[in-house]
Ligand binder design. Structure first.
Ligand code: ADP
Length: 177
């Protein structure tokens, strides 16, 4: 599903983020930027080791922060590595908001036109899906009120259940716009 917010399309889709032909995909990274499991492992396998080498020069970063690297063999041009919160560590909401916001700002700073996010923090980091969906979507909707280069923002979900959760949240949040 997709909605238009001012000049930008906000799209929710189900799929493998490593296969998307957008300017930049976001990695759900950890503080050390070691690309082991989950979406990070998939990005490493599809994009190649050069991404990890660039990460090693930028690590470590804190929860809520984001850095950008090239994207190796991926269709995307860049990867933004954003660290979300681990459930239970404290200040989860602020950290998830900042992870999204800093990714959007970094994409804009590099004049990129399309960005795709996975469901940051909802895998190994254990955050509840509905909670994460509403924070991530609200942060994007707020950001799109200001001027941006971004023509498309995608949330790429890996399961039917996650797709349903993100689409229902977006529907609810945009009903009143
Ligand atoms: P975190 O450590 O931030 O929780 P994970 O990588 O464990 O990050 O998981 C984040 C989300 O990414 C999970 O919902 C997981 O199902 C999803 N995911 C895993 N692989 C992919 C992929 N190739 N494309 C899109 N989403 C993916």
């Amino acid at each position: 599903m997709q909605v238009k917010i001012k000049e930008t399309i906000l799209e929710i889709l189900k799929g493998d983020i490593t296969q998307l032909a957008v300017d930049v995909i976001v990695n759900a990274a950890g503080e050390t930027l070691k690309m082991g499991g989950g979406v990070a492992g998939a990005i490493l396998r599809a994009g190649g080791y050069k991404i990890q080498e660039e990460c090693d020069k930028l690590a470590p970063i804190k929860a809520g922060e984001a850095v950008i690297t090239t994207a190796g063999k991926l269709k995307a041009k860049y990867v933004i590595h954003a660290v979300g919160p681990r459930w239970g560590e404290g200040e989860e909401e602020r950290k998830l908001q900042n992870a999204i916001l800093n990714s959007l700002k970094l994409a804009d700073k590099n004049k990129l036109r399309s960005i795709a996010f996975p469901a940051i923090s909802t895998g190994i980091f254990g955050c509840p899906k509905e909670w994460a969906a509403s924070i991530m979507i609200k942060t994007v909707l707020d950001y799109l009120k200001s001027k941006t280069h971004l023509e498309k923002v995608v949330f790429c979900l890996f399961s039917d259940e996650d797709y349903k959760c993100w689409s229902q949240t977006l529907t609810k949040m945009t009903e009143t716009l």
